[in-house]
Write a protein that binds this ligand. Structure first.
Ligand SMILES: C[S@@+](CC[C@H](N)C(=O)[O-])C[C@H]1O[C@@H](n2cnc3c(N)ncnc32)[C@H](O)[C@@H]1O
Length: 348
């Protein structure tokens, strides 16, 4: 693992971008310095993107998939028929429904989203997920998420949504023009950026929290001239994705894998729905450095998980291992402090 200082950061960053190798940025300094240095770094990296734009126009694959036929029944994973408005948009969920061609279960669109969880349509039955999932269903948490909460991620090294999008575009280049799922989208900060970028034929904003999806819907509604076409809001569990196998070009999961009840089931599902050559990009906090020196830290973490039912942060090699175990290849990552952006691809 290479150590990159702020003085040689820019050249290493550019050369690693060109060489597509793993990028690791270390910030051992105090917090105020860390924030300042990283701000400089990110500016440097985004400048690099801006500078390459005129000479490297983004070429979008013209062969656009039929937007609606990627949706599958979460019970039997078979394709569903869209009944309703022929124009796909955020607004067309209300008044539309989806029917499974095989088991015939119908999923009625709600005002803000489709509920594509297995339990959708139950009347008296209720179940609760582990704390890290249930927490984000609380209306106040969903409300606060983009109103100050997410901004604090910068303290852990997250560069912020716009810069994160700039960084991930590099990884997403091979699948631009295709469809993308923003898995565990929260209030849809990235799903909205994806939709506005015009770089994807379909954007699915997916989260288990109905309140996060409601926030996403409100943000979309508030923004003038938002391109609502080809954006769907879907409530679903990451462990049971409502998409046809091998139908998805890209999956993004921002700051999410550490919140999933079972990261392995989530990544396995992502691998199932990605088409050959499809790309998975995720971000999370990394658990390493001094944490890994604690004797039996991994064992301790696993025991804590068994008790709490929620997962904790992973080490970089654990994420790589997990992607490989779930059939994804070509793992790469970029690091800053505890922030990591990683990518892996479904083999062709
Ligand atoms: C920290 S937020 C990340 C939001 C956004 N992607 C971002 O980059 O800021 C984690 C999200 O994971 C979602 N989540 C947790 N468990 C989930 C599950 N089992 N299935 C789908 N989403 C889940 C939560 O509802 C929450 O919105």
């Amino acid at each position: 693992m290479a150590t990159v200082t702020s003085s040689n950061f820019f050249s290493v960053f550019l050369s690693s971008r060109l060489g597509n190798s793993r990028r690791c940025f270390f910030q051992p300094n105090s917090l105020p310095i860390l924030r300042q240095t990283f701000a400089e770094k990110v500016r440097a990296s985004s400048t690099a993107f801006v500078e390459t734009k005129p000479t490297e126009p983004i070429v979008v694959d013209k062969e656009v998939r039929t937007s609606k036929n990627v949706l599958a029944c979460p019970i039997c994973y078979q394709p569903m028929t869209w009944i309703g408005d022929s124009v796909l948009s955020v607004d067309s969920a209300a008044g539309s429904s989806l029917q499974c061609n095989t088991c015939k279960k119908t999923y009625s669109g709600q005002e803000t989203h489709f509920d594509l969880t297995a339990a959708s349509g139950t009347k008296g039955y209720g179940e609760s997920m582990p704390p890290a999932t249930e927490f984000f269903r609380i209306p106040l948490i969903s409300f606060l998420y983009e109103r100050g909460w997410r901004q604090n991620f910068v303290l852990g090294g997250f560069p912020g949504p716009e810069k994160e999008f700039e960084l991930m575009k590099d990884y997403l280049k091979p699948v631009l023009g295709g469809n993308i799922i923003d898995a565990s989208c929260g209030s849809g900060l990235f799903a909205r950026i994806f939709a506005k970028s015009g770089l994807f034929s379909l954007v699915v904003a997916l989260d288990y929290s109905e309140n996060m999806l409601k926030q996403c819907y409100e943000f979309v509604k508030q923004e003038q001239n938002f391109p609502k076409e080809n954006l769907i809001l879907a409530r679903a569990d990451i462990s049971r994705l409502p998409f046809v196998s091998s139908s998805i070009d890209a999956v993004h999961a921002g700051a999410a894998i550490h919140c999933w009840p079972s990261p392995s089931t989530g990544v396995a599902e992502i691998s199932r729905v990605l088409r050959p050559g499809g790309v998975f990009v995720g971000t999370t906090y990394i658990l390493d450095g001094p944490f890994n020196l604690i004797p039996f830290s991994r064992l301790l973490r696993q025991s804590m998980m068994q008790i709490s039912g929620s997962y904790a942060f992973l080490a970089e090699e654990e994420i790589e291992d997990l992607c490989r175990a779930c059939g994804l290849v070509d793992f790469k990552c970029i690091r800053n402090s505890r922030f990591v952006m990683f990518t892996a691809t479904k083999p062709n």
